[in-house]
Design a protein around this ligand. Structure first.
Ligand SMILES: [Cu+2]
Ligand SMILES: [Zn+2]
Length: 190
């Protein structure tokens, strides 16, 4: 069954060139070092996030999708609030929650490594209000501390320590195409 699903996933990926079904996000710490990746993939039950990170303090860390695809260190406030298209309260354990971008905590082992597979059950990589690629995109942030699942607005998970941009449009790998000067103007709205 798994092979069959894999087969169809590959088929879909090769047929639908216009809609993305997976994405690898590079994750950076506050000093600008790449410390791992998050692989996003569209599934029937939402978007899966496969998280591989190194160099964390052992223990639990909050991780969320934030609303802007901007990771400016060292504090990453540029990423904005949690991705929350439905105007809910924060927290997977909140009765009026949760933000679409809320996820369970990840645990770093004694060596500071994180290997986790999380789900964003309401999210999609396709078009629409729940798309984490909508408008300019979003970002993934890992926090210094644990998300308590109920406190507003962010579960008291502390500083933002790792960030990865999920840009709606991937930058060309060759770097050959010149930058569109109108791009920068769109960034100004606040
Ligand atoms: Cu966060
Ligand atoms: Zn939240």
């Amino acid at each position: 069954m798994r092979l069959l699903i894999l087969f169809f996933t590959i088929m879909l990926a090769s047929c639908q060139t216009d809609s993305e079904t997976s994405r690898t996000v590079e994750m950076y710490n506050g000093s600008g070092d790449m410390v791992g990746t998050v692989e996003l993939s569209e599934q029937e039950s939402g978007v899966q996030a496969k998280i591989s990170l190194e160099g964390l303090e052992p223990g639990y860390h909050g991780v969320h999708i934030h609303e802007f695809p901007k990771c400016e260190g060292p504090d990453f406030t540029s990423a904005g609030n949690h991705f929350n298209p439905d105007g809910n309260e924060h927290g997977l354990m909140h009765p009026e929650g949760s933000h679409l971008g809320d996820m369970p905590n990840v645990e770093a082992d004694a060596g500071g490594l994180v290997e986790a597979e999380l789900m964003l059950p309401e999210a999609t990589l396709k078009d629409g209000k729940n798309s984490i690629l909508r408008e300019e995109g979003t970002s993934i942030i890992v926090h210094e501390g644990q998300d308590d699942g109920v406190s507003q607005p962010g579960g008291e998970s502390g500083n933002r320590i790792i960030c990865g941009e999920i840009k709606a449009e991937q930058e060309p790998e060759t770097g050959e195409s010149p930058t569109d000067p109108t791009d920068q103007n769109e960034d100004q709205e606040e």
